[in-house]
Design a protein around this ligand. Structure first.
Ligand SMILES: Nc1ncnc2c1ncn2[C@@H]1O[C@H](COP(=O)(O)OP(=O)(O)OP(=O)(O)O)[C@@H](O)[C@H]1O
Length: 202
């Protein structure tokens, strides 16, 4: 994929974050900051609150305490692909591309980079687990946001697709983007900081 234009300087920071779900305080006192070109790997056992933290960073979940500040647009990949299951993949991606003002040529390029360019005529509901994950990644990347929040991006991917995601994330950071990945799987992200959410369990 041709590099996108270098991203404007961006950053995301969270200060003193506490997260409560139901009547449980999951974690407290968690702070982080990632600048342009930086990567962060959020780890922790199942149920520690990685996805909850990602939703807090994305502005989709209000923290119980603390603040998130962000300069720059953000795109979230999580377990919901946000692609219309009844549409062929190309049309489902096209919907978001129009919303985000993405040129058709750029969408094609991103589809190629995510290895879904051969699947554009296939209804989203027929895609395999790994194909759906790559399609959701294409939707996320095509948005053109400097800040990527990738929640378990490797789930369901084969070895070559894992390498593909690692390469895309590395190149995004080289272009001045930010990549925050929540995953209990190892992921090769050169220079990435690591934060174990379990260290902040309340
Ligand atoms: N809407 C909700 N209401 C109440 N509890 C919730 C809600 N959503 C999640 N939880 C609980 O919050 C805890 C943390 O969930 P979360 O998905 O953030 O963890 P995680 O670290 O991402 O886990 P995994 O590694 O399994 O994906 C879990 O115990 C979960 O059951």
């Amino acid at each position: 994929m041709e590099p996108a234009a270098a991203f404007p300087v961006s950053n995301i920071s969270a200060t003193g974050i506490a997260c409560r779900r139901g009547d449980r305080l999951l974690f407290a006192g968690l702070s982080l900051r990632v600048e342009s070109g930086g990567a962060l790997h959020l780890t922790g056992p199942n149920g520690t609150g990685k996805s909850s933290l990602m939703r807090i960073l994305a502005g989709l979940l209000r923290p119980y305490a603390g603040e998130v500040e962000r300069n720059g647009a953000m795109a979230l990949l999580d377990e919901r692909p946000a692609l219309d299951a009844h549409l062929p993949l190309g049309k489902a991606l096209g919907f978001w591309a129009r919303c985000d003002g993405v040129a058709p040529a750029r969408l094609e390029e991103v589809a190629g980079a995510c290895a879904v360019d051969e699947l554009l005529d296939v209804p989203v509901r027929y895609l395999s687990t790994g194909q759906r994950k790559r399609a959701a990644l294409a939707r996320t990347i095509a948005a053109g946001a400097p800040i990527w929040l990738l929640d378990e991006p490797l789930n369901g991917l084969d070895t070559s697709s894992v390498a593909m995601v690692e390469d895309l994330a590395m190149r995004h950071c080289e272009q001045g983007g930010i990549c925050i990945v929540a995953s209990h799987q190892p992921i090769a992200l050169p220079g990435a900081a690591r934060l174990d959410v379990a260290d902040y369990t309340a």
